[in-house]
Write a protein that binds this ligand. Structure first.
Ligand code: COA
Ligand code: MG
Length: 285
């Protein structure tokens, strides 16, 4: 899964042009909140054109069950996006509905069934937080879960979602954790949300490092300057890779042994799982 996923408002030819060269693992052409309704028809045409022949370009459509969502899908599916980002689902049922709509369009355009993946922004609606288990085993196209605090805090009537120091307040920290656990339960990638203060490089590096520490495999970006720090933060270091290799080797050299010692620390099965996962991540980058 991608380390950096850069949002690009699909109505901006300038940003679309710029986005191709900034080194993001994936781009998300936005047709939802970053584009005003009047600009959507033109943005759909730009997105459809941009997608042609490019890999790892996703589209954020409007919420399922809206006319805008239908028009978004109609416009972009022929150009074979890597996947669709689903905003504001209340339940995995909304992802299933989207998936069924994609089935029809894949079939219509001669696209391989299942090729188009889905990432759901699974905490934007309060009801969604209470139904996160619904993603387990229900949406074969699901590639990841990500989360957002802005729509959620607006929905509950909060006056802020971050502390004056910029840290998530407890309700949103909980939403973030729940997204992480839901993604693990559904066996898909957990993708941390945007860091909106795009001039704060140090803050971003800290945030992204914590996100990887916690188990997220990547993060959403909103500005080209955020891509490089995010890619760096989600790439395992040489020491981490070496340590992980050592753990894997130790277990290979000691078959039938459940626990071993390494540098004075007990290492058992969860460490092996972690080590293998890290090596897999390192191979992918
Ligand atoms: N993708 C591609 N290019 C982008 C970009 C993005 N997300 N954000 C900025 N750029 C480009 C700008 O066009 C500018 O290019 P230029 O010098 O050729 O004109 C350059 O990067 C520097 O941009 P900067 O002036 O620092 O920022 P800005 O004030 O133009 O834009 C934002 C700030 C937040 C409006 C802009 O980054 C943006 O639109 N981000 C995405 C927002 C979004 O999609 N939100 C929805 C999900 S939360
Ligand atoms: Mg939003």
């Amino acid at each position: 899964m991608s380390r950096s996923l850069l949002f690009v408002p699909a109505d901006s030819e300038r940003k679309l042009e710029k986005a191709a060269g900034v080194g993001a693992d994936a781009l998300i052409l936005d047709l939802e909140d970053a584009v005003v309704p009047d600009a959507r028809p033109a943005a759909r045409r730009l997105a459809a054109e941009y997608l042609k022949g490019r890999d790892n370009v996703w589209v954020r459509v409007n919420p399922v069950d809206t006319e805008d969502c239908e028009a978004d899908l109609e416009a972009v599916m022929a150009s074979e996006p890597a996947g669709i980002i689903l905003p504001k689902p209340r339940h995995a049922r909304d992802a299933v509905k989207l998936s069924e709509r994609i089935d029809v369009l894949e079939n219509h355009h001669g696209i391989e069934h299942g090729q188009t993946r889905i990432i759901a922004l699974c905490t934007e609606h309060p009801e969604a937080l209470l139904t996160l288990h619904s993603y387990v085993g229900t949406v074969p196209r699901l590639a990841g879960l990500s989360w957002g605090a802005e729509d959620l805090s607006a929905a509950v009537g909060a006056t802020a979602n971050r502390s004056t120091k910029g840290e998530w307040l407890p309700p949103y920290e909980m939403a973030r954790s729940m997204c992480l656990f839901a993604a693990a339960a559904a066996e898909v990638a957990a993708i941390d949300t945007v860091f909106t203060d795009f001039r704060d490089d140090k803050g971003l590096l800290r945030y992204a490092a914590n996100a990887r520490r916690d188990g997220f495999s990547g993060m959403l970006a909103i500005h080209p300057d955020q891509v490089e720090p995010i890619n760096a933060a989600f790439s395992p270091s040489a020491e981490e890779i070496e340590h992980a290799q050592r753990i894997v080797e130790l277990f290979e050299q000691n078959p039938g042994v459940g626990t071993v010692g390494l540098k004075g620390k007990m290492i058992d099965r969860p460490h092996l799982v972690q080590a293998r996962r890290l090596l897999q991540q390192a191979r992918r980058n």
